[in-house]
Write a protein that binds this ligand. Structure first.
Ligand code: FMN
Length: 237
C-alpha cells in the first residue's frame, strides 16, 4: 500500500469529535479499508467497529477518549504479532485520515478476546472537531539523530512523526545504504502490558516506510539489554 507525505503530516491524534453518525457509505468505505489491508507478517489480527457504549464495556482506564466509533484491534500478545498489528493499525489510521476522519490510537486495559486473540488497542474515530496537522514541525518528536543512526534517509522525518504510546518513540533505525536494521529500545521501566505495547509502536513506525517500496528480512542478531532486534527493512531503489 503506498502512502503520501501529505497524509502523514495531516494525521494527528484527535480527541474531540462530532457525534453525528457517519453515513452508511462512509462506514462501508472503512470496512473495505480494513478488509483490503495487507499485513507485514503472516500473523492473525482482527478488527471490529464498536460503539462508544460497547467500547466502554470492554475496556477500562482513565485515558479513553470519547468518540462516536472505535475500532477494537485484536492479535496475539507476542512481539511479532504486535509489530504486525501496529503496522496494520497505522495504515488504517492513515487511510481514515485520507477520508477526513479524525483518529486516536488508545492503549487501555481490556480482557476482551476474539477467539485466541487478545484485545490490544482501540482506534477512536469519527468526524473531527479539531483541525488536522498543517506543518510537520508542529509534531513534538525526539531529534532525528536519536532515532536514526548511520546514513541519512530522505524520508526519516516522515518516519519519525509516527505516533507512539506516551510519545516515547521506543525505536532505533540503523541505516546502512538501502538496508535498515530496526530495533525496539525499551523505554522507562514499564510494566509487562506497557512493555508489549512498544512492539506496536515499532510496527506503527515501520508502516510509514510505505512511502517507498520496501521488503523486510528477519536476520539473526544478538540482542543487547534494552535493545531488541526486530527486522531489516530493504529499500527497493
Ligand atoms: C499504542 C498507542 C497507545 C496510545 N494510547 C493513548 C491513550 O490511551 N490516550 C490518548 O489520549 N492517546 C493515546 N495515544 C496517542 C499518543 O499519545 C500520540 O500518538 C502521541 O502523543 C503523538 O501525538 P500525535 O498522535 O498527535 O502525533 C496512543 C498512541 C499509541 C501509538
Amino acid at each position: 500500500m503506498s502512502l503520501n507525505k501529505e497524509t502523514i503530516i495531516k494525521r494527528k491524534s484527535i480527541r474531540s469529535y462530532d457525534f453525528e453518525p457517519l453515513s452508511t457509505d462512509m462506514l462501508d468505505k472503512i470496512k473495505n479499508i480494513i478488509s483490503e489491508i495487507k499485513p507485514l507478517y503472516n500473523e492473525l489480527s482482527h478488527f471490529e467497529i464498536v460503539s462508544k457504549k460497547e467500547y466502554f464495556q470492554i475496556t477500562q482506564g482513565p485515558f479513553r477518549v470519547s468518540a462516536p466509533y472505535y475500532l477494537a484491534c485484536y492479535s496475539l500478545s507476542e512481539p511479532q504479532a504486535l509489530v504486525n498489528l501496529g503496522y496494520l493499525v497505522e495504515l488504517i489510521v492513515l487511510k481514515l485520515t485520507d477520508l477526513d476522519l479524525g483518529t486516536v490510537i488508545l492503549g487501555t486495559n481490556s480482557k476482551a478476546k476474539y477467539n485466541d486473540l487478545d484485545f490490544q488497542v482501540g482506534i477512536a474515530f469519527g468526524t473531527p472537531k479539531e483541525e488536522f496537522r498543517k506543518d510537520i514541525k508542529d509534531a513534538k518528536r525526539r531529534n532525528l539523530n536519536e532515532i536514526f543512526k548511520g546514513d541519512v534517509l530522505d524520508i526519516a522525518p516522515f518516519i519519525n512523526v509516527a505516533p507512539s504510546a506516551l510519545n516515547l518513540q521506543p525505536i532505533l533505525f540503523e541505516v546502512n545504504k538501502n538496508e535498515i536494521d530496526v530495533y525496539r529500545i525499551r523505554k522507562l521501566n514499564l510494566m509487562k502490558a506497557l512493555d508489549l505495547i512498544q512492539y506496536l509502536d515499532v510496527g506503527i513506525a515501520i508502516s510509514h516506510f510505505n512511502l517507498v517500496n520496501f521488503k523486510i528480512e528477519d536476520r539473526k542478531k544478538t540482542n543487547e539489554k534494552n535493545k531488541t532486534y526486530i527486522t531489516t527493512i530493504i529499500l527497493e531503489i
